[in-house]
Every structure is written in C-alpha cells, then in structure tokens.
Design a protein around this ligand. Structure first.
Ligand code: ATP
Length: 258
C-alpha cells in the first residue's frame, strides 16, 4: 500500500491479469494486465478498433470476460487461468452490483436523459451513502454547470453535456470511474478544459480513474500512467511523463510494432 501525491491511501480498485475479452467467445482483447490504484488516473490509448471500449465494458460487467482474472474493487469478478476455475454469480458478476459497490462508467454516448434537467440528473444519481449535499459538492467541481441547474440536458452544449455526464457519475461517489472517449464530438479546446476536471475529481474523491482518449498528448498530461493498446494487445504501458517524452515509443506502439 502506498500514499499518492494527492494524499490518498493507494490500493488497487482494479486488477486485470491475463484478461481476454470479446464477443461470443471470440477475444478482441488479449492478455490484458492492468492495475488502477485509488486516486490514480490511468489513460487507455490506441487507434480505432484497438479494443478500448471492449475493455471498459468487460470491467463494468456488461460483457463477460473470456478468460484471465479480473478483480474489481477488491473482489474477484472472474478467475479462469489455465485450471478453468471461474467465479460465477458472485456479488460482482452482475453489473448493477458492481455499480453499487462503486464502479461508474461514462459511456461514449454519455447516456443522459434529454428531458431531465441538470439538477434532476444529479439528484437521481445521488449515492445513498452520501449524506452531504451532493449537487452542490459536485457543482463545485464543475462551476460552469451551476448556472444551468434547471436546464434540460438536451439543451446543453456538447461540452456541458459531457460535464454533466461526468458530474452525474461522480454523484454516485465512485471508487472506480471509467470515462469512454470523453472528447468524442468536442472541439479540442473544450477537451483541454474538461480533462483536468477529471484529474481534479480523482484528487478530490480518491477514486481511481480509467480514461479512454483519442487526444494522446492531452490524456498523457492529466494521467499518472498510460497503456497503449494495438489490435487488442497492450503494446506499451508506463509512466505518462516518460511516455510523453518518448514519442518514438508511442508511435511504434500505436502501429503495433512494440
Ligand atoms: P474506437 O476507438 O473506434 O471506439 P475501440 O478501441 O474502443 O475503438 P472496440 O470498440 O473495443 O475498439 O472494438 C474492438 C474490436 O471489437 C473491433 O474490431 C470491433 O469491430 C469489435 N467489436 C466491437 N463491438 C463488437 C460486437 N458487438 N460484436 C463483435 N465485434 C465487436
């Protein structure tokens, strides 16, 4: 156990070991080894079709793993390594149970209800265990949303909708937050403003965060560690600062040459 720079006690909220994931028993992600600690931001990078969303869906429990070991929030969700041992129907095998224990996924399409207001989204997501005034606490992190409290989600700009999607996820007080392609459909300048908010949220709440991002340099700037996936395999994984400095490694790993 270590203590992060944000002062949070660091223990893993996610451990994937040799994880194969995919569709109808056909793996599109192979041999994934990934650890995320409390308060840590990890970026999952890679070209289109590399397997990033498949990874997130599998961690969230929306797709069953094919093989390997997956431990989410301290509990083994799947274990099938060689000997065919497999955890079935335990408390984490169902997505809603995983969510209840503290996993939150912001999907690519953001999953908002266009007819509900900002306040309504936050109220609906308020964690039962959180007795504080969640909406106010969360809106402190996203001040641009504060004047829009009574506006319907469908009337927000793309960037405001993304902020709401993340704010809603944070209102559940997640211990593991996963954000898929936050930048989809957004201008780079908006992404540049949004990504640091995810960093602040991790620091403020102690949640471990996994972001999938196409804007490689922006993702490296806000993350502690990064993994680059190419054709279903993580080709390079390491400290974000070091990867940022080694564009040659990044480029070749994107091409699957590492
Ligand atoms: P992008 O950045 O374009 O979203 P990605 O890295 O998130 O890509 P995935 O969406 O995980 O990639 O897709 C990985 C592979 O799995 C791709 O080859 C894709 O065609 C395939 N795939 C995705 N969804 C399904 C599905 N429902 N059934 C079968 N194959 C799928």
């Amino acid at each position: 156990m270590t203590v992060t720079s944000a002062g949070h006690t660091s223990s893993p909220v996610l451990v994937a070991q040799g994880l194969d994931a995919g569709y109808d028993g056909v793996p599109v992600v192979r041999g994934l080894d990934l650890v995320i600690n409390q308060g840590e931001v990890v970026a999952l990078l890679g070209a289109n079709g590399a397997g990033k969303t498949t990874t997130l869906l599998t961690i969230a429990g929306l797709l069953p793993p094919i093989s390997g070991r997956l431990t989410v929030l301290g509990e083994v969700a799947h274990d099938e390594r060689g000997r065919g041992r497999r955890v079935r129907r335990n408390s984490l095998t169902r997505t809603w149970r995983r969510a209840r224990r503290g996993l939150s996924l912001v999907p690519e399409d953001r999953g908002l209800f266009p007819g509900l207001t900002v306040n309504e989204h936050l109220r609906l997501s308020k964690s039962k265990t959180n007795t504080s005034n969640t909406s106010n606490d969360i809106l402190d992190l996203f001040p641009a949303l504060a004047p829009l409290r009574t506006r319907q989600a469908g009337l927000l700009s793309g960037g405001e909708q993304q902020m709401l999607a993340i704010a809603r996820a944070l209102a559940t007080m997640p211990k593991l937050l996963m954000v898929d392609e936050m930048s989809l459909g957004l201008a780079p300048i908006i992404v540049e403003r949004l990504l640091p908010l995810v960093r602040s949220a991790a620091a403020a709440t102690g949640a471990g965060v996994l972001i999938v991002e196409q804007h490689v340099h922006m993702a490296l700037a806000v993350s502690d560690r990064a993994a680059v996936m190419s054709r279903g395999v993580v080709t390079v994984q390491g400290d974000s600062r070091e990867l940022e400095a080694r564009s040659d490694i990044l480029e070749s790993s994107y091409l699957g040459e590492n």
